[in-house]
Ligand binder design. Structure first.
Ligand code: ATP
Ligand code: SF4
Ligand code: MG
Length: 324
C-alpha cells in the first residue's frame, strides 16, 4: 500500500541579485517517487544533489528563499504541499518524523533528556506524565543507550555526540510515526552504533508497516538496509529500483560513476573518480542535466531523456542506458 507519493516536485531558491534581477536556482526539478508501507528507500547522490531539500520539501520545513513552485506530496491521501500549516504541524512529530544530523542544535539545552522525550509523547499522544516518562526510558533503551533510566535524567551537554544522535532518533520514533525520513542519521557514529540504529529503523519499519527514507552518502548502508534505492542528480531522480537490481545492473551513467567512485572501489584500484564540476543550478543545461559530465553523451541528449523501464521494475532517465 502506498504511503507516500511525491509527484513532480519542483523547489526553487528565488532571490534578487545586487542589480535587482530575479535569480532562480532550480534545486528540485520534478522529483517523483513513491514509497510503499513496510519499505525502506535509500536516497543517494553527490553533495548538492538535492537530497536534504527533498526531505525538507516533503516535511514542509523549507525556509525562504526556498519555495515549492510545483508538484504534490501525497501522504495518507492528503497533499502536504497544500495542507494548512497548522495541520502540517500536527502531523510532524506524530505521523511524520525527520531525523537530522545535527543533534545538538535539535535538543533543548535547558531540559533533561527524559523530559524532552516525554514532552513530545504527551504533546501528540496526550499520555499522562508517568506513562510518558516510562515511554521515554523505553525509547532510550531501544536506541541502545546504556543505563537508560540514568540517561533520562541527563542534560544534553552531558552526552557525547553519538549519544545525542541516538536521543534524537528516540525522539523521532517515540510516537511511532508512519513515515520516518532520516537525513544522514549515522554519519560520524562508530560502525557498531550505526548498525544498531539502522537495524532499529529497519525493524520498526517492517514490524509496524511504516515507511522510511534514509538519505546517505554511504552506498554500503543502502546495500544493507534499504529495499529500494533512488539516485539523485541535479534535483531529479535519475535511476530507481530494488537495491539489489540497481547495484547488480546500474544503467544510468551517473549511477555507474557513483558506484565506481566509492572509497572501497578506489582503494582497490578498480574505481574511477568523478569528472567535471557539479551542475550550476542557476543555469542548468537543456535536456539531460548530466550531459556536460557524461562519457556517453550524444547529440540526442540535448532533449529531455525519458523516465523509462530498463529492467523489470527498475527505471532510469537516460537516452543511452548502459547494458543490463
Ligand atoms: N540559498 C540558496 N540559493 C541557491 N541555491 C541554494 C541555496 N541554498 C542551497 N542551495 C542549493 O540547493 C542544492 C540542494 O542542496 P541539498 O542540501 O538538498 O543537497 P544534498 O544532496 O543534501 O547535499 P549533501 O550531501 O551535501 O547534504 C545545493 O546544490 C545547494 O547549493
Ligand atoms: S541522457 Fe545522455 S547525457 Fe544524459 S546520462 Fe544518458 S547518455 Fe548521458
Ligand atoms: Mg544534505
Amino acid at each position: 500500500m502506498t504511503l507516500l507519493a511525491v509527484e513532480n516536485l519542483h523547489t526553487h531558491f528565488i532571490s534578487r541579485s545586487l542589480d535587482n534581477e530575479i535569480r532562480v536556482a532550480k534545486a528540485l526539478n520534478g522529483v517523483s517517487f513513491a514509497l510503499e508501507r513496510g519499505r525502506v528507500l535509500g536516497l543517494v547522490g553527490e553533495t548538492g544533489a538535492g537530497k536534504s531539500l527533498t526531505a525538507l520539501s516533503i516535511m514542509g520545513l523549507l525556509k525562504p528563499p526556498a519555495l515549492i513552485v510545483g508538484g504534490a506530496v501525497r501522504f495518507e491521501g492528503r497533499d502536504l504541499v497544500t495542507l494548512p500549516p497548522a495541520e502540517l504541524n500536527k502531523l510532524r512529530g506524530d505521523r511524520l518524523a525527520l531525523i537530522v544530523q545535527n543533534p545538538r542544535a535539535s535538543l533543548d539545552p535547558l531540559s533533561r533528556i527524559g523530559d524532552q522525550l516525554a514532552r513530545v509523547h504527551r504533546a501528540h499522544r496526550g499520555a499522562d506524565a508517568a506513562t510518558a516518562a516510562r515511554r521515554a526510558v523505553e525509547m532510550l533503551a531501544a536506541v541502545g543507550l546504556p543505563d537508560p533510566e540514568r540517561r533520562a535524567r541527563a542534560w544534553p551537554h552531558e552526552l557525547s555526540g553519538g549519544m545525542a544522535q541516538r536521543v534524537l532518533i528516540a525522539m523521532a520514533l517515540i510516537n511511532e510515526p508512519q513515515l520516518v525520513i532520516a537525513d544522514e542519521p549515522t554519519t560520524g557514529l562508530d560502525v557498531t552504533v550505526q548498525a544498531q540504529i539502522l537495524d532499529l529503523i529497519r525493524a520498526t519499519v517492517r514490524e509496524r508497516s511504516l515507511g522510511a527514507i534514509i538519505i546517505t552518502h554511504d552506498l554500503g548502508v543502502v546495500a544493507h538496509y534499504c529495499d529500494e534505492i533512488a539516485v539523485m542528480y541535479a534535483g531529479s531522480i535519475v535511476e530507481q529500483g530494488e537495491t539489489r537490481d540497481v547495484f547488480a545492473r546500474p544503467r544510468h551513467p551517473y549511477t555507474i560513476n557513483l558506484i565506481d567512485s566509492t572509497p572501497e572501489r578506489l582503494a582497490i584500484g578498480s574505481g574511477r573518480v568523478f569528472g567535471g564540476p557539479p551542475p550550476d543550478l542557476f543555469n542548468l543545461p537543456p535536456g539531460c542535466h548530466y550531459r556536460p559530465r557524461c562519457p556517453k553523451a550524444s547529440p540526442a541528449c540535448v532533449a529531455e531523456p525519458p523516465w523509462a523501464a530498463v529492467d523489470g521494475g527498475h527505471f532510469a532517465r537516460c537516452h543511452h542506458p548502459g547494458p543490463a
